[in-house]
Design a protein around this ligand. Structure first.
Ligand code: G3P
Length: 218
C-alpha cells in the first residue's frame, strides 16, 4: 500500500520525505486555507520535494471551468494530480483531463457506485472518505471493502483505490487488510504509526543489557 500524506504543510512534507516512505501528497481547499499561502506556490514547492503524485484540487463547479483550472494546475509540474469532486461535471472534466494525459483524483466519494462511476470516467485515483462516514455513524471501512470487491470484479478498471479521511492507526491497518492501493494520512497519524509500548520497552531493555557488557560495536 502506498503512503500519501494529507497536508499542504511543506515543512511537514519535507520531514516525512526524508524517511523515504512517502509516495505522494494530497491537498484540498481546506488544507490550502490552513497553510495560508498561495496555492500554486505551495503545490510547486511540494512537487519539488516529492516525486510521486501531488493532488491539487479544482474549486470550480462547472466542467469547462474545472478543465481550465485543472490544465493550469497540471502545468505546475508533471506529478500534479488534478483533484475533482464526484459530480457529473467533475466526471466530465476527469474524462477530458485523463485523455490529455493528466492524472486525476476523484474526491468526495461516499459509495461504491460513485467509485464505479469515477473508474468508468478514467480516474487515476478515487478517494473514498472513511472518517467522515464514521463521523455520522456509518462504517467507512465497509466502503473500502466494497470498492475493492467492485474493482477486483472488473480488472479492466485501472483506477487506484485511495483511502482518504483517515484518522487513526487502526484505519491504516484496516485499509491495508482491505487492499486499498493508497492511504492518504494526516501527518500526526503517520507519526503515530510507529508507536508501540513494547517496542519502547524492548529497546530500553536491550540497551540497558548492552551497557552492562561494557562493549562497543565501533
Ligand atoms: O483530503 C481529503 C480527506 O483526506 C479529508 O479528510 O479528515 O477532512 O475528513 P478529513
Amino acid at each position: 500500500m502506498k503512503f500519501f500524506v494529507d497536508t499542504a504543510d511543506v515543512a511537514e512534507i519535507r520531514a516525512l520525505a526524508e524517511t523515504g516512505l512517502l509516495d505522494g501528497v494530497t491537498t484540498n481547499p481546506s488544507l490550502i486555507m490552513k497553510a495560508d499561502r498561495p496555492m500554486t506556490e505551495v503545490i510547486a514547492e511540494i512537487c519539488d520535494v516529492v516525486d510521486g503524485p501531488v493532488s491539487a484540487e479544482v474549486t470550480a463547479t462547472k466542467a469547462d471551468e474545472m478543465l481550465a483550472e485543472g490544465r493550469k494546475l497540471a502545468k505546475i509540474a508533471p506529478n500534479v494530480t488534478v483533484k475533482v469532486p464526484l459530480t457529473w461535471d467533475g466526471l466530465k472534466a476527469c474524462r477530458t483531463l485523463t485523455g490529455e494525459g493528466t492524472m486525476v483524483n476523484v474526491t468526495l466519494c461516499f459509495s461504491a457506485v460513485q467509485a464505479l462511476l469515477a473508474a468508468k470516467a478514467g480516474a487515476t485515483f478515487v478517494s473514498p472518505f472513511i472518517g467522515r462516514l464514521d463521523d455520522i455513524g456509518l462504517d467507512g471501512m465497509q466502503l473500502i471493502r466494497e470498492i475493492r470487491t467492485v474493482f477486483d470484479n472488473y480488472p479492466d478498471l485501472s483506477t487506484q483505490l485511495l483511502a482518504a479521511s483517515l484518522r487513526t492507526s487502526n484505519h491504516v491497518r484496516d485499509c491495508a487488510l482491505a487492499g486499498a492501493d493508497v492511504a492518504t494520512i494526516p501527518p500526526a497519524t503517520i507519526h503515530k504509526l510507529i508507536e508501540h509500548p513494547l517496542t519502547d520497552k524492548g529497546l530500553d531493555a536491550f540497551l540497558s543489557d548492552w551497557k552492562k557488557t561494557g562493549q562497543t560495536i565501533l
